[in-house]
Design a protein around this ligand. Structure first.
Ligand code: ADP
Ligand code: MG
Length: 378
């Protein structure tokens, strides 16, 4: 019913400007929680506003259910949007703010009251219904803004960076509330825009990661669509690999020695090592980039056979408590190595880490990933 589909959608704000959205094709299933994520300026808000009907589509088609909605006015789309700035009416109480949209539409008084009460109960706003916005915390104001969307009983909720104005602790709490709201709303879909990969990983069924800058023109707006674990374990490109995961993936220059169906042999830092990837489309001798996440670099004094080893001086330690980040000069780069917080390394020591075949990613000279052949953890 409320499946949303973008087909080859492009957006150019003005004839003399580059494309803001280039060939976006993607779909959001009914009931799905979809997150649009990407660096600032990549076009997330533009895409979301197209669903709301607040932004024209230059070329391509947008469908909601079976209906092409390119020209359909916002009010007829069955969507409700929650913005980063809560945009509450300061002179109206919480109840009046939530009721306002329905009153404008001419809904009857009893029905409005019932819907406001239901929404207030879902959002734990019942004791606050008579307050003015100025007497609410930031988190409570954001909940009122969400309540205003709930009372419209939309098929699709659209959120544009709703948590960016909240402090860190409140962001986590409100994130959990939004996840719960999605479960409680049953068949409603949600599209949620954020630049924060942690929000994307924690909330999404489906992540749509968008390219930025020149990559939009070169490869289209959509960098990768998949579950959070897809993007983490099988990033399609260097761009995705570096965006998802924190601290970001280490990248090292290497040379392809030989490619087999289930693994490749690489030359790096004077040794040959194995990566569980299919690189058979690349010629021997090709310059490649090897990717390995900081959390996938175990320390070891006695490396097992087939594992590569990187060995170098420890430049700096950042202690996070549960973990420590070691910065190690090795393999022609400053490697980030994440170790257990209790494994304290003396400053100035040498650090020896393992490159395990199942944890290595390989990218060609265009930054595109070779398919990984190692079985993935569940
Ligand atoms: P995001 O939400 O991902 O940060 P936006 O969708 O807001 O990105 O904007 C994407 C690009 O389009 C940016 O480069 C921005 O400057 C440009 N843009 C947004 N709105 C307009 C507009 N009304 N006119 C011209 N350019 C715009
Ligand atoms: Mg935006």
């Amino acid at each position: 019913m409320s499946r949303i589909e973008f087909r080859n959608v492009c957006k150019r704000y003005a004839p003399d400007l580059p494309l803001t959205i280039h060939n976006a094709s993607l779909s959001i299933e009914q009931g799905e929680f979809c997150v649009f994520v990407g660096p600032s300026g990549c076009g997330k808000s533009t895409l979301l506003r197209m669903v709301a009907g607040l932004e024209d589509i230059s070329t391509g088609d947008l469908y909601i259910g079976d209906q092409r909605v390119n020209e359909l006015p916002p009010a007829q789309r069955g969507v409700a949007m929650v913005f980063q700035s809560y945009a509450l009416y300061p002179h109206m109480t919480v109840a009046e703010n939530m009721a306002f949209g329905l009153r404008v539409l001419g809904a009857d008084k009893a029905a409005i009251e019932r819907k406001v009460k239901e929404a207030a109960a879902i959002l734990q706003l019942t004791p606050l219904l008579d307050r003015l916005p100025k007497a609410l915390s930031g988190g409570q104001r954001q909940r009122v803004a969400i309540g205003r969307a709930i009372v419209k009983n939309p098929k699709v909720f659209l959120f544009d960076e709703p948590l960016s104005n909240l402090d860190a602790a409140l962001r986590v709490q409100t994130r959990l509330e939004i996840a719960r709201l999605h479960r409680d709303m049953g068949s409603a879909s949600m599209i949620y825009v954020t630049h924060d990969q942690v929000e994307a990983m924690t909330l999404a069924h489906k992540i749509v990661l968008l390219h930025t800058g020149e990559l939009i023109g070169a490869r289209g707006s959509v960098a990768q669509v998949g579950t959070p674990m897809d993007l983490y374990h099988r990033p399609a490109s260097v761009f995705v690999a570096e965006f998802i995961g924190s601290p970001r993936m280490n990248l090292l220059d290497a040379v392809l020695v030989r490619a087999e169906a289930d693994h490749a042999v690489l030359a790096l830092a004077g040794q040959q090592l194995r990566a569980d990837v299919d690189a058979r489309h690349l010629p021997a001798g090709a310059a490649v980039r090897l990717g390995v996440r900081p959390e996938h670099l175990p320390l070891a004094d006695h490396p097992p056979a087939q594992a590569g080893v990187l060995d170098g001086p420890l430049q700096h330690i950042e202690r996070l408590g549960d973990a420590s980040l070691l910065y190690v000069q090795a393999g022609g780069a400053l490697l980030t190595v994440r170790v257990d917080g209790s494994a304290l390394q003396p400053s100035g020591a040498r650090v020896r880490t393992l490159l395990l075949p199942e944890h290595l990613h390989l990218f060609d000279s265009d930054g595109l990933a070779c398919r990984r052949t190692a079985p993935l953890p569940h």
